[in-house]
Design a protein around this ligand. Structure first.
Ligand code: NAD
Length: 489
């Protein structure tokens, strides 16, 4: 079967979608399939000029776009969601080819989930409500929610379509126009989305500039015509974006990395529950995404009394997952994104090995000719202070630590500069309320390891980010400002 049937827009010369037209910047970058280590295609590599043209187009379009009825903007997002749904299988194949996320376990779900995000915001766009204020007799005061103007969004490669749809939906539903820069490793599904959107939104409302972070990304973050920056990616780059925004006091949302604890209580490991709990641990770790998820529950704290019962089950389930070509319909774990990232994972595991970590399953991955495929790896016999227990590996590597004293375990779970997610497995309500209160994280899941659902407010604290997304509240807080009007009657 062909690696990818998709023909890029603009006679295969796509790169940037600016002011309703395809523009090729003159030079391009290759997009590689990480499962096969083959170049799929080349896309235009935009820079300062393309960013500037997009910002100008967005500024021109924003006045009329912001003045439209919210219901009209919502209807257009819903239409894009419907079109994405109708093209979901083709888009899922593109996602699997460019990101390495297995089509069976991840890419089909991402295509469907992204359409769901567009349709959710299409429905709630009309909820852009303000407030009235009881200031006293003779004074009428109210606040409206106004769009910032032009939003610049930068997204990573690990779930590019889902994140792209979150940014598009939140910005456009609230009356902003958008310049979106996808990751250089995985821009194809976003280009397909722009193609599907081309005759839905007026020119300039949605602009896409493909290119590198150093050129296009930095130009977007630093552009004086960008009123709000919404960034999803690593904490390191998030800090650069924060500095760029601070220089001109631009509004900023940051969705960054994580190193999330997954905590097991003995009552989750009774004979009738232990299999479900073991599967929940595997799901929370996002092995099926090669561990390349910001919310991965990558630090497992297991009560000593159930360690011997639970750990073999977690190990068996993880080790049984099939690893291979992301486009193979039988494969459960695909490939990590590129050579650089693969080498980083190898280095983390090798260092932990050298420090004396014990492999419960997996091995130090080695460079391979067939694709970037590390196997699920579970390590123990280590300390919470080691790099592998503190830093975001962004690979299928779980560190497991036994615990006995609850206070000491909570102190370890919170001993991280991240604060994105956490997972608890217990059926006892007082345990759940006590532990959820004690954990410092933006999103805590209890007895499951699922993904974000439109409608929930999702975002991190500490170095995991600023602001929240996925909900109407998040969109209103992050993509609008309150304009207060006080009238003397
Ligand atoms: P990254 O920070 O390297 O890149 C993200 C984006 O930023 C890319 O589009 C890249 O081109 C761009 N970029 C790079 N340097 C830039 C610069 N100097 N100026 C402007 N833009 C620049 O992240 P990644 O490796 O693509 O993605 C993995 C990271 O993303 C992980 O840390 C993961 O936890 C995080 N992430 C967070 C969430 C969340 O919701 N919190 C979701 C997905 C991924």
């Amino acid at each position: 079967m062909a690696l990818l049937d998709y023909k890029l827009p603009n006679e295969g010369l796509a790169g940037c979608f600016i002011n309703g037209a395809w523009v090729h910047p003159g030079h391009d970058i290759g997009v590689e399939n990480p499962s096969r280590r083959e170049e799929i295609c080349r896309v235009g590599c935009g820079g300062t000029a393309e960013i500037h043209a997009s910002v100008q187009a967005a500024r021109t379009a924003q006045k009329a776009w912001g003045a439209r009825a919210a219901s009209e903007r919502g209807a257009m997002l819903t239409e894009l969601g419907n079109r994405l749904e109708a093209n979901a299988e083709e888009v899922a194949r593109m996602l699997a080819a460019e990101s390495g996320n297995a089509i069976k376990t991840q890419s089909r779900g991402e295509a469907a989930g992204a359409a769901g995000v567009l349709k959710y915001y299409g429905g709630v766009a009309v909820e852009q409500k303000g407030e009235t204020l009881p200031l006293g007799p003779g004074l009428m005061s109210y606040a409206t929610r106004e769009p910032h103007g032009v939003v610049g969004s930068i997204i990573p490669w690990n779930s590019p379509l889902q994140l792209g749809c979150v940014k598009i939906s939140m910005a456009l539903a609230t009356g902003n126009c958008l310049v979106l820069k996808p990751a250089e490793d995985a821009p194809l599904a976003i280009l397909k989305l722009a193609e599907l959107a081309a005759d839905i939104f007026p020119p300039g409302v949605l602009n896409v500039v493909t290119g590198t972070g150093q050129e296009a990304g930095a130009a977007l973050a630093g552009h004086s015509g960008i009123d709000k920056i919404s960034f999803t990616g690593s904490s390191e780059v998030g800090k650069l974006i924060g500095h760029a925004a601070a220089d001109r006091i631009a509004n900023v949302t940051l969705e960054l990395g994580g190193k999330s604890p997954c905590i097991i209580f003995p009552d989750a490991c009774t004979p009738d529950r232990i299999e479900e709990t073991a599967q929940g641990v595997v799901n929370a770790m996002r092995f099926a995404r090669q561990g390349q998820s910001c919310t991965a529950g990558s630090r497992l704290f297991v009560h000593v009394s159930v360690w011997d019962d639970l750990m073999p089950r977690v190990v068996d389930k993880a080790a049984a997952m099939s690893v291979g070509d992301a486009l193979d319909d039988t494969v459960e774990i695909g490939a990590v994104i590129n050579q650089e990232h693969y080498d980083e994972i190898c280095a983390y595991v090798a260092q932990a090995h050298a420090q004396g970590a014990i492999f419960l399953t997996g091995e130090t991955p080695k460079a391979t000719g067939a694709g970037f495929h590390p196997v699920p790896t579970i390590l123990t016999g280590l300390d919470n202070s080691w790099r592998i227990a503190r830093e975001e590996v962004f690979g299928p590597v779980l560190v497991a630590l036994p615990w006995e004293d609850e206070d000491a375990m909570i102190a370890q779970a919170n001993d991280t500069h991240y604060g994105l997610a956490a997972f608890i497995f217990s059926r006892d309500y007082s345990t759940i309320t006590r532990i959820t209160r004690a954990l410092k994280a933006g999103w805590i899941q209890v007895n499951q390891g699922g993904g974000q659902i439109p409608g929930m407010s999702y975002g991190g604290i500490k170095q995991s980010g600023l602001g929240s997304e996925y909900s109407i509240e998040g969109a209103l807080e992050a993509y609008t400002f309150r304009k207060c009007v006080t009238v003397a009657l």
